[in-house]
Design a protein around this ligand. Sequence first.
Ligand code: ADP
Ligand code: MG
Length: 361
Amino acid sequence: MSVEIRNVNKTFGSYVALKNIQLNIETGELVALLGPSGSGKTTLLRIIAGMESPDPQRELNGDSDSATEPKVLFFGDDVASMSVGQRRVGFVFQHYALFKHMTVFENIAFGLRVQPRSTRPPKSEIQDRVHRLLNLIQLDGFGNRFPMQLSGGQRQRVALARALAIEPRVLLLDEPFGALDAKVRQSLREWLRRLHDELHTTTILVTHDQEEALEVSDRVVVMNQAAIEQVGTPEDVFHHPASEFVMDFLGAVNVFHGRFADSGLPANSDSTRIPDSTRIYVRPHEMRIERSRQSPDSIPAIIERINRAGVQGKVLLQSGTLGPIRVDIPLDQLDALDLKTGESVFVVPMNTRSFTSDYSI
Ligand code: ADP
Ligand code: MG
């Protein structure tokens, strides 16, 4: 186990930024911390790095209980008293300013050059290592350039090489591609995954982009309002969301509120008994459109808009009882159905999940 986080709470004044965080990161895995802005991702990352400390344990009657003591362990060792440098973490932030007045080569070498003489590698080894890293980030021959002479994507690759130069025990990435445009972000995401498969450096990637988290990571930690909602493989959290929040955050959903009597929605064998507070979630690609009613579960709806500009067709429908419904269907099926706006059709949910709670979106 690389990193163990136990009983971590963090408050800023009266604001609770982290609530009872328990998390284990295995050696060599790439874990994404995924959640909306303000959910506590950066705070958790800073605590792992040693740039922030967890709240001390609240003592009851002067006694402290070791079972609820806050702890951050690296490879089994308590790192509470270790500085950022001693923990040997590598960092990349969204706006990680490279040193403007230093070349790419000097930027990458920086972390090695500032080490005390006793641990600093000899000059020739620093040279070798920087050249290997330049090769790894596919910027051979760029060593003499200055950051200004690089694109945004190239700069973030240099920032990553700089973080990797010290051979970190844990690599921490905080929205590293957040400031880049979609196309560059996509290619850097694929590149990061390949790089990780090569190096196997234990990596924690903070992102609010669910696609990024689902695509690159081995496991996803979904955070919401200072707490962890679910931890699982990308497949797990997408197909088996543990909560309404996770279901909603990880992709497009149709949410049907309230009573379902007469709606045809197969929520339950006796849909009239579903309380108002129950919401039924169906992903747009888990619904089918039929021209005639073929199953008792189908919902009558009118086609409002059809959009073919994508890998799947998106159909927006209106149902009298349930409101707007979005259905995603493969283009060939869309063509075969030959749908027209204004037409009456039937929508069949193929996979529904119901939740009853006070969560609202
Ligand atoms: P995320 O990275 O998920 O967007 P953060 O961990 O940065 O979230 O922040 C969580 C919450 O904690 C935010 O509402 C933020 O305003 C607050 N916060 C973070 N750092 C501080 C600080 N040093 N002082 C006061 N509030 C802070
Ligand atoms: Mg953040």
